[in-house]
Design a protein around this ligand. Structure first.
Ligand SMILES: Nc1nc2c(ncn2[C@@H]2O[C@H](COP(=O)(O)OP(=O)(O)OP(=O)(O)O)[C@@H](O)[C@H]2O)c(=O)[nH]1
Ligand SMILES: [Mg+2]
Length: 381
C-alpha cells in the first residue's frame, strides 16, 4: 500500500520498483485546488503485476490511495484507508472460519509505504495522525519522498527529527526480526537496511546519461544526475531490499502472527467469542518445547506402567503354572506311593499265604536247601 499527499511521487516509485509504467504518468501534473463546496474523497485503487527478483516471479498488488490529505479538512483522511485494511482482515477472517481453509487467498496488506513530504523540518500533524491510526494494523515503512530536493545534510537531520517524532509519539515502524542464528554477514546486512529508515528515496524510470557516460535510471539536474540505483545517492536500493528481496517473508509473517492476530482477537472479543489460547501456543517456541517435553514424559510414564503390569501378569501366570505342576507332582507322587504300598500289601499277603503253607514243605526242604527262602525274603524287602 502506498499512502501520501498528492504529487509526492507514489506512482513514480511504484513504476520504479516494477521498472515499468504501471501507472501512466502525466509529465506535467495538473494543478488542482480543493473546492470547499466539494470535499475530496480518498479512493482506493488496486493494481496487480509481476515483479522479477533473483529470477523468481512475484505477484504483487499495489493499493494506491489517491485523495489522501487533499481536502481542506483532512481530519478523517485516514479513515477510508483504515477501513480498507480492516476489510481485508475481515475477508481473511471469514475465509478462515469457513471449513475449507486450503483455498484462502491472502489479500491482507503486508506493507504500507508512507510518503513524507521533503520539508526538512519534522513530521506534520497529518503524518503523525495517519501513522498512529495504522501502525498497529500494518507494517509501516516511512519514506522521505523526492529526497533529491534535499541536500545530504538536510536528509540526515530530517531523518533524525522524523525518528524522534516517531519515538515520542509511540509509533511502531516495521523492523525485521533479529535472528539469533543468522550469521554475522546477514545480521550486518539487516542492520544496514534498518539503519536507513526513514528511507530517502528518488523515483524515476527515465534513462539518463551521467557525466562519465553511463546510462542510468535517474533525474538530471544542471549540476549532475541523481541516480536511483546508486546507494551513494539515495536509499531506493535499501528500500527495495527491505520490501522485496530480504524481508518479504518477514513482512508477511508479522502481518499474520502479530497484526492480524491482534485484530482477530479484538474482533472476536467484540463479537463475544472467547478465544481458545491453546490454539496460539505454537507461536511461542519455548512454551511449545516445554509442552512437548511434558507430553513425551507422560508418554514414557504410561509406557512404563503398562510394561510393569504386563510383567506382573506374566509372573503371576508362571507362578500359577508352577503351583499347578507342584500339585500335580505331589498327586502323582502320592498315587505312586499308594500303588507301591498296595503292591507291598499284596506281596505281604502272598508271603503270609506262602508261609502258612510252609510247615509241610519246610521239613522237606530244610535238609535240601534253606537258601531260597532267605533270598526271597531279601528280595521282598
Ligand atoms: N524531484 C523528484 N520528482 C519526482 C520524484 N518522484 C516523482 N516526481 C515527480 O513528481 C510528480 C508527481 O509524481 P507522481 O508519481 O504522479 O506522484 P503521486 O504521489 O502518484 O501523485 P498523485 O497520484 O497525484 O497523488 C511527477 O512530475 C514526477 O515526475 C522524485 O523522486 N523526485
Ligand atoms: Mg499517483
Amino acid at each position: 500500500m502506498v499512502v501520501g499527499e498528492k504529487g509526492l511521487g507514489k506512482s513514480t516509485l511504484i513504476n520504479t520498483l516494477f521498472n515499468r509504467e504501471l501507472y501512466p504518468l502525466d509529465e506535467k501534473p495538473k494543478a488542482s485546488f480543493p473546492d470547499p463546496e466539494q470535499p475530496v474523497k480518498v479512493s482506493i485503487e488496486t493494481v496487480s503485476a509481476d515483479i522479477e527478483e533473483n529470477n523468481v516471479k512475484l505477484g504483487l498488488t499495489v493499493i494506491d490511495c489517491p485523495g489522501f490529505g487533499e481536502d481542506i479538512d483532512n481530519t478523517d483522511s485516514w479513515k477510508p484507508i483504515v477501513d480498507e485494511i480492516n476489510q481485508r482482515f475481515d475477508m481473511y477472517l471469514d475465509a478462515e472460519i469457513k471449513i475449507n481453509r486450503s483455498t484462502i487467498v491472502d489479500n491482507r496488506v503486508h506493507a504500507c509505504l508512507y510518503f513524507i513530504e521533503p520539508t526538512g523540518h519534522s513530521l506534520k500533524p497529518l503524518d503523525i495522525q495517519f501513522m498512529k491510526e495504522v501502525h498497529e494494523k500494518v507494517n509501516l515503512i516511512p519514506v522521505i519522498a523526492k529526497s533529491d530536493t534535499l541536500t545530504e545534510n538536510e536528509i540526515a537531520e530530517f531523518k533524525l527529527r522524523i525518528l524522534d517524532d516517531i519515538k515520542n509519539q509511540g509509533i511502531h515502524i516495521f523492523t525485521p526480526p533479529d535472528y539469533i542464528n543468522d550469521d554475522d554477514e546477514t545480521k550486518e546486512a539487516a542492520h544496514e537496511i534498518i539503519s536507513k529508515a526513514p528511507f530517502a528515496i528518488v523515483g524515476s524510470t527515465n534513462q539518463t546519461q551521467t557525466q562519465d557516460g553511463r546510462v542510468v535510471r535517474g533525474r538530471a539536474y544542471p549540476w549532475g544526475v541523481i541516480e536511483v540505483d546508486n546507494e551513494e545517492h539515495c536509499d531506493f536500493i535499501k528500500l527495495r531490499q527491505l520490501v522485496i528481496r530480504n524481508f518479504l517473508e518477514e513482512l508477511k509473517e508479522n502481518t499474520s502472527n502479530v497484526l492480524y492476530e491482534n485484530y482477530r482477537t479484538q474482533k472476536l472479543i467484540k463479537m463475544g467469542i472467547k478465544q481458545d489460547d491453546t490454539v496460539f501456543r505454537e507461536f511461542d517456541p519455548v512454551l511449545k518445547q516445554e509442552e512437548e517435553r511434558q507430553l513425551h514424559e507422560a508418554k514414557l510414564a504410561a509406557m512404563e506402567t503398562q510394561m510393569r503390569s504386563i510383567f506382573q501378569a506374566s509372573v503371576a501366570k508362571e507362578e500359577k503354572k508352577l503351583q499347578a505342576t507342584e500339585t500335580d507332582l505331589f498327586q502323582k507322587h502320592k498315587d505312586m506311593r499308594d500303588k507301591l504300598l498296595k503292591q507291598i500289601k499284596l506281596l505281604e499277603d502272598k508271603k503270609a499265604e506262602l508261609e502258612a503253607a510252609r510247615p509241610m514243605t519246610h521239613e522237606k526242604s530244610t535238609h535240601q536247601t534253606s537258601q531260597p527262602t532267605k533270598t526271597r525274603k531279601g528280595f521282598l524287602r
